[in-house]
Design a protein around this ligand. Structure first.
Ligand SMILES: NC(=O)c1ccc[n+]([C@@H]2O[C@H](COP(=O)([O-])OP(=O)(O)OC[C@H]3O[C@@H](n4cnc5c(N)ncnc54)[C@H](O)[C@@H]3O)[C@@H](O)[C@H]2O)c1
Length: 263
């Protein structure tokens, strides 16, 4: 058997949070790999802007689904729409997420619930609805965007860290339950990227993060998107249930007690 590592030619790929910073880069990378992306996001206007930009570049407008990943009925409708329009779903990238910061002792319960609802329940609902199309086809690939925060605590980000740990558990669970149905599920764990989600990060935080990473720089969204497309595609055909840190070895540096070159 020979696999073409680079191509997703003809694959239908649903991307949640497609109007966001990383989501946009994932859609670009999927297009370059030959896939037909379907863009899903709760931010309807930004979604339309993204689709128009693709239409200008590619001459063809991608499918867009403005919907909230926490709404089970809307996600069922979204999967039904993809089935009607494309007849199948080969790839699902669960990427839509939110970040709310608060110390644990003051954490508003409604915000905790909201973060878990979008970041874990939303991933589950999309996995279930689009996964049913994959089960019917006997094949598919799911890539869950997790975070380094899923394995290491970070001050003031309790709900987000708990949600990303949940994403890693969901990834392993999906891999084991659906591997026998021909479906793979894997995760990527980025560290810091400059996206709207991190708009509130101070220049000092970014400098610190740059200093702490053995590669000496933060990731471009395109570099994380490249890992997502690789995991989605045939080059990763025997990868199932893994979490790929796309962090320039930040986690390994932390484990080694290295926090950057001497200043
Ligand atoms: N930016 C970083 O430093 C960083 C680091 C690690 C992991 N991540 C992860 O990368 C992924 C993408 O984040 P980003 O940095 O591009 O953020 P972003 O805010 O730019 O994009 C998130 C997108 O998700 C959409 N979204 C939010 N709630 C939704 C909902 N209920 N239903 C549908 N869509 C919804 C938003 O409208 C937005 O377009 C997330 O899973 C995030 O946790 C980001």
């Amino acid at each position: 058997m020979s696999a073409d590592v680079g191509t997703l030619d003809g694959s239908v790929a649903v991307v949640t949070g497609a109007a966001g910073g990383l989501g946009g880069a994932i859609v670009d990378a999927l297009l370059r790999a030959g896939a037909t992306p379907v863009l899903l996001d709760v931010a309807g206007d930004a979604l339309e802007d993204a689709a128009r930009a693709i239409e200008r570049e590619q001459g063809q407008r991608p499918g867009t689904i403005p919907c909230d990943v926490t709404d089970p009925a809307a996600i069922e409708d979204a999967a039904a729409w993809v089935e009607r329009r494309h007849g199948r779903c080969d790839v699902l990238v669960n990427n839509a997420a939110i970040l709310e910061r608060s110390p644990l002792e003051e954490h508003p319960v409604d915000l905790w619930d909201r973060v878990l609802a979008v970041n874990v329940r939303g991933y589950f609902l999309c996995t279930q609805a689009f996964g049913r199309l994959m089960i019917a086809a006997g094949s598919g690939s799911i890539v869950n965007v997790a975070s380094l925060a899923g394995e290491s605590p970070s001050f003031g980000n309790g709900a987000y860290c708990a949600s990303k740990a949940g994403v890693l558990a969901l990834t392993r669970q999906t891999a084991v339950e659906w591997g026998p149905r021909g479906i793979r599920a894997n995760a990527v764990s980025p560290s810091f990227m400059r996206t709207p989600m991190m708009a509130g990060a101070s220049p000092e935080f970014e400098q610190q993060r740059t200093h702490n990473v053995p590669l000496g720089r933060i990731a471009e969204t395109s570099e994380v998107a490249g890992a997502v497309v690789f995991l989605a595609g045939p080059g990763a055909s025997y990868l199932n249930g893994v979490n790929v840190p796309v962090d320039g070895a930040l986690a390994q540096a932390r484990a080694a007690g290295w926090d950057g070159p001497a200043r």
